[in-house]
Ligand binder design. Sequence first.
Ligand code: ZN
Ligand code: FE
Length: 255
Amino acid sequence: MMIEVEIVPALNDNYIYIIHNKTKFLTSVLDPGDPDPVIKKLKEKNWQLNQIINTHHHFDHTDGNDKLIEMYNAELVAPVYDNQRINGVHLNVSDKDVIEIAGTSSNVIFTPGHTSGHICFYLNDEKILFSGDTLFNLGCGRVFEGSMEQMQDSLKKIINLPDETEVYCGHEYTLSNAKFCLSLQPNNIEIKKKYDEIVKKRNNNQFTVPFKLGEQKLLNPFLQFDNKDFIKTMNLNEKTETEIFEYLRNKKDNF
Ligand code: ZN
Ligand code: FE
């Protein structure tokens, strides 16, 4: 693989990702909510930052933009839909755009819901997805600006990607998500197994990213809107797909 991803934990529970191309010696950073741990890691690796990319306008994903642009003269790539809310953008991107991230071809996927302008980035050759605050390990982002239906449609777009896709999400929320999953299906052996694995990882201070998309299709409750067994166990037969999603999202918000 010519692409290497460095995971940089930041703020309370954010993940910043540094994406480095070993062949072309190009480096990008995704969602730098804090510039300092990024600068530290770049120095340690002896990498020069070329590009900053943002999934959405929230401060915990963008607050480091200005300092990094100033220090490295890096190019800022951000969603066109957040044009008024992110400063200093050099390249505005929208749905289905193909851009280079660390010198490798990447698709822009418009995924509104968490915010109205949210985008995800998919590195085609590497099968790597940066899902921001749309898809989390065993969960999904809160619906702040979009509708429940929009968020669900965004998740549906994501699950069209290959099962072997490695997903890097915006936050370490996995333990709380795993607890929620288990509360929904306390008798599901697969969920219990996953829960135990996550507890162990977090107790050892390990990251729960990246994770495989195929596994999420089986275990993530927000992706089970057409899973007959799940719907039956949860007693959701009377509800439409969007109502099921809304029910789960509200339940998680109050968990
Ligand atoms: Zn956010
Ligand atoms: Fe966030």
